[in-house]
Design a protein around this ligand. Structure first.
Ligand SMILES: Nc1nc2c(ncn2[C@@H]2O[C@H](COP(=O)(O)OP(=O)(O)OP(=O)(O)O)[C@@H](O)[C@H]2O)c(=O)[nH]1
Ligand SMILES: [Mg+2]
Length: 336
């Protein structure tokens, strides 16, 4: 991991340039849905995960962007062999840094929606449609799966307790009912990722969720499943270490967002659970969202130092889920 924003920006810029040079037009003109995966030393499982991803979701063509950073095994080759666009970053920084870069690549390629999942096969690709659906229909800006509303395979009581404690903590801090703050299968309008501040190099999920809530985006949880990891091992450390990092990220992000908006700010968004918006009909919201970032085309993103940092972009909160353009006939859908 790097310690300075300048070093991070230099790494990101070089990676974006290499990605653009490698994939050319494919990277510059992505289909409407980018499935973004951070992968670190996931040889032996990544290929089957990529293979299992749907070529279209909600009638929209998908592409798969894998960001591997410093993997020492065959992760990069395996991802490419199975049709993913793989961004191969030479330095290991963590899942947060990798996803952030993946979001930039998706926005630069003018993808309209981003779906995330993990490389370790813990999430069910058949549930992606359920997660993306409310975003495409315009009901929500950000949808996360929830094991509490769905199911989880683990019997580990510490894990289960941790998931509950963190969800309650975030619910109390933000004033929004959240049942799962660390689910890796989620979907959002691509611009959302450019409108929030994302700094966590590794433990990124609660930062993203709190920031999205604090910015007033419409957040929805849907029931989903999390399986146990079948191959390899967790990259996040064991329960205690994972829990301590996770708690620290929640506290720091909540405090940062509170400072940014003032003490009365934290409860800005309307949240919904299990498909029911809590703040009124779709489109209504307690407070208007702050400006969204404009999509950043690949050509400008590849200019050294020119790409805006996440959270710095200008506005378009109403540019959500347009509708039919970009839809494909699923029978002819093929990954590009
Ligand atoms: N690029 C990149 N990806 C990472 C890194 N660390 C973890 N990942 C990926 O992030 C995803 C989640 O990591 P896991 O280690 O499974 O962590 P988790 O799912 O939060 O926790 P577990 O329940 O313990 O598996 C996987 O796809 C990992 O390969 C990293 O340093 N760099
Ligand atoms: Mg995992």
């Amino acid at each position: 991991m790097t310690s300075s924003p300048n070093a991070d920006e230099a790494i990101d810029t070089a990676a974006i340039e290499a990605f653009a040079a490698q994939y050319g037009d494919r990277a510059a003109h992505l289909p409407p849905v980018s499935i973004v995966i951070a992968a670190f030393n996931e040889e032996g499982v990544l290929g089957s995960v990529v293979e299992s991803l749907p070529p279209s979701l909600c009638g929209l063509t998908t592409s798969v962007i894998v960001v591997s950073d410093g993997s020492r095994d065959g992760t990069v080759a395996e991802g490419r062999a199975h049709g993913a666009l793989v961004c191969d970053v030479p330095v290991n920084r963590g899942q947060g840094a990798a996803l952030r870069l993946g979001y930039r690549l998706a926005r630069a390629g003018t993808a309209r929606y981003i779906v995330t999942t993990d490389a370790d096969g813990q999430y069910n690709p058949a549930e992606m449609e359920r997660v993306l659906g409310p975003v495409v229909s315009g009901e929500a800006d950000f949808v996360t799966g929830s094991r509490k509303l769905g199911s989880q395979e683990t019997k580990d009581p510490v894990r289960r307790l941790g998931t509950w404690v963190f969800a309650v903590t975030i619910s109390v801090l933000t004033g929004q009912r959240i049942t799962d703050s660390s689910f890796g299968l989620r979907a959002m309008r691509a611009e959302v990722t450019g409108a929030v501040r994302l700094e966590q190099p590794q433990y990124q999920s609660s930062e993203l969720l709190i920031a999205v809530l604090a910015r007033g985006f419409r957040v929805l949880e849907v029931p989903a499943t999390i399986h146990k990891r079948q191959v390899g091992e967790s990259k996040k450390g064991h329960n205690v270490l994972y829990g301590l990092h996770f708690a620290g990220v929640i506290a720091r992000t909540w405090w940062r967002e509170r400072q940014r908006r003032g003490p009365r700010s934290a409860t800005a968004s309307s949240t919904a659970s299990a498909g029911r918006p809590a703040g009124g009909p779709a489109g209504s919201r307690a407070h208007a969202a702050e400006p969204l970032a404009r999509a950043e085309p690949m050509a400008s993103a590849t200019r050294a130092g020119s790409a805006p940092a996440a959270g710095d972009g200008p506005a378009a909160p109403d540019g959500r889920a347009a509708g039919a353009d970009g839809r494909v006939d699923p029978r002819s859908a093929k990954r590009t």
